[in-house]
Design a protein around this ligand. Sequence first.
Ligand code: PLP
Length: 403
Amino acid sequence: RQIVKLEGVINDVDRIKVMVAYRDDPSPSKLNLGIGVYRTEEGKPHLLNVVSKAEKLLLNDKSASKEYLPITGLSEFNQLSARLVLGHDSFAIKEKRVCTVQCLSGSGSLRIGAELLARFHHQHVVYLSQPTYGNHMNFFIAAGITVKYYRYYDETTKGLDFQGLLEDLGSAESGAIVLLQASSHNPTGVDPTVEQWEQIRQLIRQRGLVPFFDCAYQGFVTGNLEEDAQSIRMFVADGGECLIAQSYSKIMGLYGERVGALNVVCKAEDVACRVESQLKLIIRPMYSNPPIHGAAIVATILRDREMYDEWTAELKAMIVRIVNLRHQLYDALCERGTPGDWKHIVNQVGMFTFSGLNEDQVSFLTKHYHIYMSSDGRINMAGLSSKTVPYLANAIHEALASV
Ligand code: PLP
């Protein structure tokens, strides 16, 4: 098993250092825009009402227990999760071609998926977007899979380098795995359009590459769960194979419950059955079986129409808050006449803005304003509020004038 050090990749160490530095800073005006979690307008962790409601129901449920779950997790949770991501009318589900196992959130699902591919797929190379979520490389390296990158972000347009992406995937080894973020790309906030997804799908299928979707932010772009799953559903609709790692950390605010699922969409029912047996053999010696509480919360919400609607309304409110903050920050920079074109702040989607600030400018913000973010300039928009937007705009304005 190889240990690879990749230059220029912002990995988790950077983000962890930012977290620690923020924690130890005594300044009352300190601002944490580094961590990838949702915060309320008051800067507090966000517990969804619908989650509290589900927990109360579970507490009063006399038939509930704390028995072990099966290796593959809570069966109802798995069925509901597959339906959430693939749609109620999914043919793949109807044809029993989807194997879904509950895993330890998105990370666990990615790690188990990587292990499955390392054992049973012939091509041990994965392509990640450049840049990508800092932990992605680790899931694959730990499974013994070689990590390579495809171009994704264009620094000049602060948008998608679509040509670069097509060229790199077009010359990837046949059978290589391609990690795709389904929506709300972390860290860039840049997603392909539906037309671009269609071209990516055709290329991946023509070249026999294996699509592995990371779906950690379903609903975080539009507030609509169906729309944000479109990229995945296009691949599933063509009848081909793919893997999907799902996470409930962000979309239900269940970070610490570690609840998610790995879906393996196969070409035939008997393959899906064999995949499930192999996943059991992978999971059993790792952690035996997953935790019950988070999965029970999710199942309680997803199975009930009213609670489902309440959840999606709460999710939508989070997205609306983030979009408003994008506009406020953009307006504040324009009002100050801060040099540069800041349109990308409103054009980018989801939780993050890839601000374009360089490492020195980020250091300036931290040193003079106690504003914390990772050195690649990624801003967690949910860490802002209407009150702190002017403070950040002043800081950026001064950083650009000084550095
Ligand atoms: N994938 C992406 C793109 C993420 O941003 C994150 C967390 O920030 C994860 C996966 C993993 O999150 P979790 O393991 O909490 O589901």
